[in-house]
Write a protein that binds this ligand. Structure first.
Ligand code: SF4
Ligand code: SF4
Length: 512
């Protein structure tokens, strides 16, 4: 027979599965587990919803020592992580048509995505890209929960597949490291800590430099490394700053980056529904919990009111965020699948089918429903398709050269000999291509002359913005009063690439 505690554990699991982030903690029943936080608020330490797993009763950090994960899904994740790591570290050096695969140069406001250069002038494209990106997140999260966090997020990949592996290698499995940390400082302990943190620092330097090369480009980074450091104090400060930030994150801050900093986990309660695929504990099959007795058959166990969960807590021991998946989906869960592998190993040992903890939806567990496409997902998909089409249109119709013509501040016009007048303009030309473009200007709608200051034969270097002054001269007989509309054609190698419009200011007919 189930005892009272187990019966309580098995109740309300559905609610916990759905609403663990939103539920109000139950009313306190006795004073022991509660800690007063002031006049009106108490923390019930018995209730997982009332505190985060990594905080102790004094509000301090509870350092986690997760056990080494292993198993089928961990192996898949390991291989996938290696692929991602190769892509991440080689990304800044991969070029398409001479441009970086990905570069977000916020300093020069120049962006390269899949070798296509984008400028601040492409704000519409950028805005639509952001909308597409966020809609993708909505659809993906609604359908697959936090699959991204567990499999592809750089924070999880670096933490669990690189830094944590080094820690296991040097410090041993979680319980071993915990016992050593609790013991006195010995030569062995000092050497292990020194080796671990030296490697962490070196790796953080590598990660920091990789991030920097995604911002300023690999060529600029290599120049920064090779050149006299005194010429690059700002760049070097960023290099050191990034390295120290990553060292801090991966050596100390760890799972808190996902819990406290990343907003994605907090979207969950709004995005997930009962059809979302998440890492879930099958409470129908698992409850009530009780240790497995040797020679006990599953049928006998069921007849006594027990489920498949043997309460071994291996799923908790491997969790890098310190939570118990049996409490339902929680904000801290990064869907790393370690608990699935751990539980599968236990199920193998007791001869029960795998999947007590598995990828599943609430409806899948409650009603045995297959994965299905919900109206919400269809709505998001329609929106995504429309935005995708708009983005494709904007990208494919984007001009390679963009010209901005502005009247020079100050003077209106100048009277020249031979009854001619001149206006001064500033022209800015952005060359978005990866080759130099020579440009010239021609008056399209009125007879006159254009003189480019600084000499004719102006070439805009690739991926650069050129700026010059131009002087437009018109004879009074071709002017239409005080304001003459101007159309100026921008030509390259004899081919018109753009037309820009402005106004030529004259003295008015009566003053000619
Ligand atoms: S690993 Fe499986 S059997 Fe063990 S406590 Fe977790 S859910 Fe229960
Ligand atoms: S509950 Fe499971 S999937 Fe979630 S973080 Fe912990 S081990 Fe990973």
């Amino acid at each position: 027979m189930r005892n009272g505690t187990e019966a309580t554990q098995s109740t309300d699991v559905r609610t916990r599965f759905q609403l663990s982030m939103k539920s109000k903690p139950p009313e306190p029943e006795n004073s022991d587990p509660h800690v007063s936080l002031g006049a009106s608020q108490e923390v019930n330490w018995e209730d997982f919803r009332d505190h985060i797993a990594t905080a102790d009763k004094d509000g301090g950090r509870r350092w986690l020592y997760p056990r080494k994960p292993s198993g089928r899904l961990h192996d898949y994740r390991k291989w996938f992580a290696w692929l991602l790591l190769v892509a991440m570290f080689s990304g800044p050096f991969i070029r398409i048509r001479g441009n970086p695969l990905l570069m977000m140069n916020i300093i020069e406001r120049k962006f390269s995505i899949l070798g296509q250069i984008f400028w601040p002038e492409d704000t519409v494209i950028f805005a639509v890209s952001m909308l597409v990106f966020f809609t993708c997140i909505l659809i993906f999260t609604t359908a697959f929960g936090r699959l991204w966090c567990g499999w592809a997020c750089p924070q999880t990949v670096m933490m669990e597949m690189v830094f944590r592996k080094i820690e296991y290698w040097i410090e041993g499995d979680g319980p071993v490291a915990k016992a050593r940390d609790a013991g006195p400082w010995t030569v062995d302990k000092i050497l292990r800590k020194w080796a671990k943190h030296s490697l962490f620092l070196a790796l953080s330097f590598l990660v920091g430099n990789t991030l920097l090369s995604y911002i300023i480009g690999s060529d600029a980074l290599l120049h920064l490394i090779r050149d006299d450091p005194r010429n690059h104090v700002t760049g070097l400060s960023f290099m050191v700053g990034f390295s120290l930030i990553f060292y801090g994150i991966f050596s100390r801050f760890r799972e808190q980056a996902c819990t406290f900093i990343c907003p994605y986990g907090r979207f969950q309660s709004a995005l997930l529904d009962e059809n979302t695929i998440v890492v879930a504990y099958d409470h129908q099959r698992g409850e009530g919990r009780a240790p497995w007795k040797k020679e006990q058959t599953a049928a006998a166990r069921q007849s006594e009111g027990f489920g498949d969960c043997v309460n071994c807590r291996q799923c908790v021991a491997v969790c890098p965020t310190g939570i118990d998946i049996r409490n339902g989906i929680q904000m801290e869960c990064v869907h790393c699948t370690a608990c699935i592998d751990a539980c599968d190993t236990i199920m193998d040992k007791i001869g029960r089918p795998r999947g007590l903890v598995r990828y599943a939806s609430l409806n899948g567990i409650q009603k045995g429903e297959p994965i299905r496409i919900t109206p919400r997902m269809i709505g998001y998909s329609v929106l995504l398709t429309a935005l995708g089409c708009l983005l494709a249109f904007l990208v494919f119709t984007r001009a390679d050269v963009e010209t901005l013509l502005l009247r020079a501040p100050g003077g209106l016009f100048q009277k020249l000999p031979d009854d001619r007048f001149s206006n001064l303009y500033t022209v800015k030309v952005v060359n978005k291509t990866s080759h130099d473009i020579p440009v010239e200007f021609r008056l399209e709608n009125v007879e006159g002359r254009i003189r480019v200051m600084g000499g004719e034969g102006w070439t805009i270097p690739k991926e650069k913005l050129g700026e010059r002054s131009i002087l437009v001269e018109l004879e009074s007989e071709h002017m239409h009063g005080r304001h003459t509309p101007l159309e100026i054609g921008v030509y390259s190698l004899g081919k018109k690439i753009e037309t820009v419009k402005s106004v030529f200011v004259g003295p008015g007919r009566e003053q000619h």
